[in-house]
Design a protein around this ligand. Structure first.
Ligand code: PHB
Length: 386
């Protein structure tokens, strides 16, 4: 009896410093983002946003300093499984943050699900990540591809447009965005008469623009982002279509791109969970801090990176930095109201933001809010069992 007592005491005495050593060590965060290619600026904005929140917290989340291990995923799904496995097995990261491209994020989600590693998705909208692949350790601070597309389908139907052509990149993000648009647009009485696409990240739009001109739809709906969005908006105007066929898009079309698009983006209407003129105390403070730190205006990607750090911080604070207390970590994030610059949001059961989707219009260098297209919009999370 006595021996047992001593053994238990000794074990406790050993375990306490071990646990302390673990929570005192730096938390390793694997940032798997695009730093080259058409989405390079998006990856940088996400990292900037993440680091801004961390700096505001004195460099610690849940009492832990953070060590970043960065990988340029090149928005290349064929390299994603190797990249994420290296972060987990070679670098022993505690948390994965990534990525921008839906195909890359699906590969990350698969590995995260298999290994139980915490994954924070700070952009990629692949519906399946918080749909059929949903898991207790996978969280998203951004959106599903369905959300802005569905909201825009309602807007365009209400405007009375009947015949629409869609144009996008042929991969999960483009497909899901235009499918969601079609879902609500056709419910509202419209018809998608042609669905055009080209391979990601191709920007040879000319033949497709000629086809749009020949089809003469009432309007065009599009998903493009980053460098490709800049080129598409410029080519659409140069082809003379801007005057005759109104162009609508998921807000990525004009987010972080307006400097480069200039007058060719003027007046465009898009739907997104962020805008440049929210004029709330929360967003004003964020925008000022971001601009001071990076000498750049923030965009939706910066907000999503910032909120990924906030969500991680909320979970870590609840368990005092001890990630082995997984249930406490998860339930704190599930219950949280995240004080985002976009407006406060909560997560759905499938861990995707339930959020207002704004209708925005390009005025000068800003995506100005002109209304809320869809209030507290939750993704249907088809196939998620959690
Ligand atoms: C995606 O691949 O899910 C994606 C990429 C860029 C965006 C939005 C979604 O701006």
């Amino acid at each position: 009896m006595k021996t047992l007592h001593i053994t238990v005491l000794a074990a406790c005495a050993l375990a306490a410093p071990l646990a302390m050593a673990q929570t005192a060590a730096k938390l390793k965060v694997g940032l798997m983002l695009p730093y080259t290619g058409t989405y390079a600026a998006l990856g940088t904005a996400i990292e900037n946003g993440f680091r801004l929140h961390l700096a505001e917290q004195g460099g610690k989340l849940g009492g832990r300093e953070i060590e970043f291990i960065k990988v340029d995923d090149e928005s290349d799904p064929s390299k994603a499984t190797d990249n994420v496995n290296k972060l987990i097995k070679r670098d022993n990261v505690d948390v994965l943050v990534g990525s921008v491209h839906s195909g890359v994020a699906m590969a990350m989600a698969k590995v995260a699900k298999d290994t139980g590693t915490i994954l924070m998705v700070p952009n990629a909208g692949a519906d399946i990540v918080t749909g059929a692949m949903c898991a207790p350790n996978i969280f998203r601070s951004s959106f599903t591809n369905w959300q802005p597309g569905y909201a825009m389908g309602e807007v365009v139907a209400k405007k009375g447009h009947k015949k629409v052509v869609t144009i996008t990149w042929k991969y999960a993000a483009g497909d899901e965005s235009v499918n969601a648009f079609k879902e609500s647009f056709e419910k509202g009485g419209g018809k998608v008469v042609k669905a055009l696409n080209l391979p990601f990240p191709n920007v040879e739009f000319q033949a497709l623009l000629t086809e749009i001109a020949a089809t003469k739809p009432d309007a065009v709906y599009t998903f493009f982002a980053g460098g490709g969005a800049v080129k598409f908006v410029k080519d659409y105007a140069a082809a003379g279509l801007k005057k005759s066929i109104p162009l609508y898009g998921a807000g990525f079309l004009t987010d972080g791109t307006l400097e480069a698009q200039g007058a060719d983006a003027a007046d465009l209407l898009t739907t997104l969970h962020y805008a440049d003129s929210l004029s709330t105390a929360r967003d004003d403070a964020f925008r000022l801090a971001y601009a001071k730190t990076y000498r750049l205006q923030p965009d939706v990607y910066a907000v999503q990176g910032y909120d990924a750090a906030q969500m991680l911080g909320i979970g870590l604070a609840a368990v005092k930095g001890d990630l082995s207390k997984r249930a406490g970590f998860t339930s704190a994030i599930e219950k949280a109201k995240i004080n985002s610059p976009r407006g406060a949001f909560t997560l759905s059961k499938s861990h995707n933001p339930v959020q207002d989707i704004y209708l925005r219009q390009v005025v000068g260098k800003e995506n100005k809010v002109i209304g809320v297209a869809s209030k507290a919009l939750a993704d249907p999370a088809r196939g998620c069992k959690m």
